[in-house]
Design a protein around this ligand. Sequence first.
Ligand code: OVM
Length: 391
Amino acid sequence: MLSDDPYTDENLTNPYPLFDRMRAAGPAVWLEKYGVLAFAGFEECKEILEDYATFISSAGVGPKNLHHEPAWRPQGILESDPPVHGPMRAAMAGVISPRGVRSLRAQFEVFADELVEQLIGRGKFDGVKDLAELFPIRVFGDAVGIPREGREANLLPHGAMNFSAFGPDDERSRAFFDQGAGTHEWVMNNCARENLSADGMGAQIWEYADRGEITAEQAALLVRAMLSAGLDTTVFSIGNTLQALASHPQEWARLHANPRLAKFAIDEALRYESPFQSFFRTVATDTVFRDIPLPAGSKVLLFMGSANRDASQWGPTADQFMIGRNAGGHLAFGMGIHHCVGQPISRLEMDVLFTALAKRIKCLELVGEPVPYLHNTLRGWRSVPLKIVAA
Ligand code: OVM
């Protein structure tokens, strides 16, 4: 039993000491303040995520039980179980397959090269505003096929609001809901077939509805999933990777010497500072897990951000950022049937960007204190002041 609150400013700023205590306490801890059982170990989180029949998603992946309380918006792919989940997942995986996104690489590269040259010209810039936000807003928005106008004003606050529903309903979460007012309408409007460009991933989702593989309502919800889950997460991932690399100059030097390491640096950054820290599952039927009786209908809280620092999985260097390690198998994209279906495009964006940076930039340095972005579910930076020197 712990009286600690993982959602205070202090614990969100640096969650790792509390995560260490949670993992040391046993396979699970009861968080008194929230009346919920939390899992912080790698093996526990992984097993729970893989067992989608016992630990279901259709009752929501936040603290509210959506079988008993209304959701703030219609439930989509994330908040579904088999057999409803299958056809939606197939459509999404079909559109965002590694093959499906391969043709996007060339246009991503053009914009990445342009952006990197422009930033080299400036020398100093904000890694979040000028890079981590700018790049995905342009290339991902174009790939889905939504208008350029209004993207940053709507998609970023919408994502922050959406992800707030996966944590406690507190002042912080309510502030993100206030800031997100109106953005949901903008997003849903752009999920409609007539507002999507003819050649984008959104339009490709609608083709699954034409073929009768999903309903029209599901098609709109899948485009919504692209827009609500696909942007903030990649923005935070890029920001976290920049911050980690800038504060580990030797790791940057290794990446610059061998830009093919970009993929490994990205996975290590996802492990080291996981952009998506935690969410919930709901126990479907009375069960016993690690000798703990779990009653049907109860919620369990999984801290993937802690699992990704678990020394029993990652060894004594779990808390160090080392791009040479094999970080594969981390839980930053989840695990099991709900594991991030957008991974191929998010990885493509990051690979293109960090390859371009690694090739052109000899020195990446922090020139001020990064400002953390405090959010109940997401982990990232509001600002990362950087200086770059071209090779
Ligand atoms: C949605 C949605 C789908 C998947 C994930 C997500 C992580 C949201 O239906 O909007 O947030």
